[in-house]
Write a protein that binds this ligand. Structure first.
Ligand code: T46
Length: 137
């Protein structure tokens, strides 16, 4: 599984730092939704699902967290700890977010509006969907 991380330009000066995110410029899709999570309780693991169509970029704009990725063939762990670094996730990838620092703010840019029918929240269903995809290649 290829890990795709974007490093966004920092427009820093003596006042501080600034990152600009622009759809179809440094973000590879139309951004229909932005959401973010913070105050994540110590030891909590979130996610536990895959998406059928959704494309997303995860940016830990403050603090740090880790992302567990599983494409049904292999798993990888990704550390997010830079406000100008984004993890791109598309396709059938099971994801879990964990090891949130107490000050972590995880922001997500998404290509679609919230749609529960795009979620696969059962791991066995996820594996079956991956196998179906393999079969159709
Ligand atoms: C993902 C990972 C990285 C909404 O009403 N609208 C939204 O846009 C979102 C994202 C969530 N919700 C509601 C649905 C649940 O009642 O907020 C609640 C928490 O959502 P969920 O349990 O799905 O959150 P996570 O942290 O497990 O997963 C989220 C995203 O849902 C998911 O798409 O890829 O972050």
């Amino acid at each position: 599984m290829e890990i795709i991380k974007y490093t966004f330009d920092i427009h820093g000066d003596d006042r501080g730092q600034l990152v600009a995110l622009e759809e179809l410029k440094n973000v590879p899709f139309d951004v229909k939704r932005v959401y973010y999570m913070w105050d994540t309780v110590e030891g909590v693991r979130r996610g536990f699902h895959a998406h059928k169509e959704l494309k997303q970029i995860l940016i830990c704009v403050h603090g740090s967290c880790k992302i567990h990725l599983d494409d049904g063939r292999e798993t990888k762990e990704v550390l997010l700890n830079k406000a100008n670094e984004g993890l791109y996730i598309e396709g059938l990838i099971w994801r879990e977010m964990y090891d949130f620092s107490p000050d972590a703010v995880l922001m997500v840019l998404a290509s679609e509006y919230y749609d529960e029918s795009d979620y696969i929240r059962n791991y066995d269903e996820f594996r079956a969907a991956v196998n179906n995809t393999k079969g159709s290649c």
